[in-house]
Design a protein around this ligand. Sequence first.
Ligand code: IPD
Ligand code: CA
Ligand code: CA
Length: 261
Amino acid sequence: MLNIAIRAARSAGDILVRSLDNVGKLRIDQKSKNDYASEVDRMAEQEIIQIIHKAFPDHAILAEESGMHPGNDHVWVIDPLDGTTNFLHGFPQFSVSIALKNKSRVEVAVVYDPLRDELFAASRGDGAMLNSRRIRVARQSSFKGALLGTGFPFKKQQHLDAYLAMFRAVFTDSAGIRRAGSAALDLAYVAAGRLDGFWEIGLHEWDMAAGVLLIQEAGGVITDFGFDDRYLASGNIIAGNPKMHQLIYQAISPHVTEDLI
Ligand code: IPD
Ligand code: CA
Ligand code: CA
């Protein structure tokens, strides 16, 4: 199953890279405020679905652009292009994210950065890899010197005040905060120890599912804003090594409103 996920991610990644020169000519739909999809998102998604369905015709699929395709207890969760806004601007930070859940537990995960040819992969119980190298979360144990990742709630601006208060609480002591624009890749970077921690409001399951397993298999911790494991449903996520996760949780907790738990 991991091999199929890898094949599908690479194949979709090729489509993204080949289309990058033509972004100016793409047909773009606005799905909701600040939420766009192009023909490339759909083409890449079709490619992934075709590869998965050929190998596992009975499996279900939840894909960002085409929604739910019913099947058995195995559900593939797919974001064919994570970082569409970056992609449409030619800003070179985006990824393909593919996860396989079995009865709501993520079993297989792949996040692929086609521009750097970096493939982050994990199978439950087998650890997490970047290409052929084993990865671990960073050892960082305080905000001092820490590099954190985040995403701005640009689609859910009702949370802006809460978010800015969280930002201030974390910003003051850390060495830097990055908003790179592909949540799946941000989570993969936490797994690889390139980011010491991460938090974001309002993600979708397909942004997170693969990254979650990568981080767990790399020795990290993920929770929602209530220190619980309902992040795939709420979309609100805190990630890091156990210590950094706890520090971010403590820093942002005072600013977490009821509708964020
Ligand atoms: C988005 C990216 C971004 C995050 C947004 C996501 P998309 O995914 O992951 O980093 O901040 O919340 O929706 O729409 O480019 O697939
Ligand atoms: Ca996404
Ligand atoms: Ca997407």
